[in-house]
Ligand binder design. Sequence first.
Ligand code: NZQ
Ligand code: ZN
Length: 380
Amino acid sequence: MDNFKFHNPVKIIFGKDTIREIGSEIHSYGISKVLILMGSGSVKKNGVYEQVTDSLEKYGIDYVEQWGVTPNPILSHTEESLEIARKEQVQAVLAVGGGSVIDEAKAIAAAYYAPDVWSLFEKTYKATNALPLFTVLTISATASEINSFFVLTNDRENKKWSCGSPHVYPKVSIIDPTVQKYLPINQTINGGVDTLSHIMEFYFMGENEESTLSINEALMRTVIKSVDELVSDPLNYDWRANLAWCSSLALQGITSVSMGGGEFACHRIEHAISALYPSVAHAEGLSVLFPAWIEYVSSLKPHIFERWAKNVWEVDSVAAGIEKMKEKFKYWGAPVSLSELDIEQDEFEKIAENALLIGEVGKIKELNKQDIISILNIAQ
Ligand code: NZQ
Ligand code: ZN
């Protein structure tokens, strides 16, 4: 096992009826004015907005609202939100929503003390400070509520890039799984697929790190079981709560111990796809790419892919594991081919070039442009 440092400072408050604690948590930091960042309005329909604002008012916390964060959040909206945060001189950002809202909130928090937002992503400016960040999570998928990463699309340049800074770890994140019970089923499935993908990005880097590999297998099996159960019984609280917690655990440090920083080729190619086709949800790209990528690279490291096939999918070969995963995705209603996303072969070169803009893609196999096109052909 490699040496490692483990540090995750995020306080998680998890369970039923926990959203009303947000006011006292923010108040305990001596904060009296926040920017509340939200998406397109689901939080008004499911009562989350009311619970949040009631709690803030109870603790005398003033707030400014900014709506309109899109799935696959964009730079231009982030810049607008940052301007509001500065003009209103808020002392913290409160994200109320999913990964997209939290990621934009992180970008605002870090850019508050930076010359501009995109320089953080270009790595020409390194954040040395950030506004304190709090989150109320409404969809479990990205683990952004418990990690220090954020992803934004530069809508002027069609670049979807990620950034990380220890200064943007949320101070407190509230996860009340009951607010996810009326999620459209495809969003629940997206959450399951993204969670599985995060675990796989680390798992396949493994050799013989039994603790991390076993934890990751248990998480993968639990995610699959939870989504299966929720597909037939979306209101089941216990499976909803299990999926939510697996989702947070998948990308917060435990699953990556001694895994060489993760593989992340599929995430890089997916980010290129949603940079060019913003209507494609992050997890839709991943459910199409992962089976194809495994097919393309698994012979380079057969033992770990065979172990995955046996311990996660209960089959004897990698090919059968891929087949079972695709069957499962189809059963859930997740896409397994690029044609289902309306992406045609003549666009593959553009996707490959976009993925390579930030530099090397892939570790088990470093993928060049032709490799990426070959993976996209398998995914067609
Ligand atoms: O706009 P609203 O009203 O919030 O509606 C959202 C949105 O349409 C809806 N939704 C959320 N909670 C709901 C709900 N609808 C009904 N009831 C609820 N309780 O769901 C839709 C999708 O939300 P979004 O936040 O976009 O989903 P997700 O959490 O999957 O976030 C995706 C973004 O995160 C990035 C992705 O690339 C993508 O941009 N990622 C962030 C990561 C990170 N920060 O660590 C890692 C990931 O790999 C990923 O790249
Ligand atoms: Zn992801």
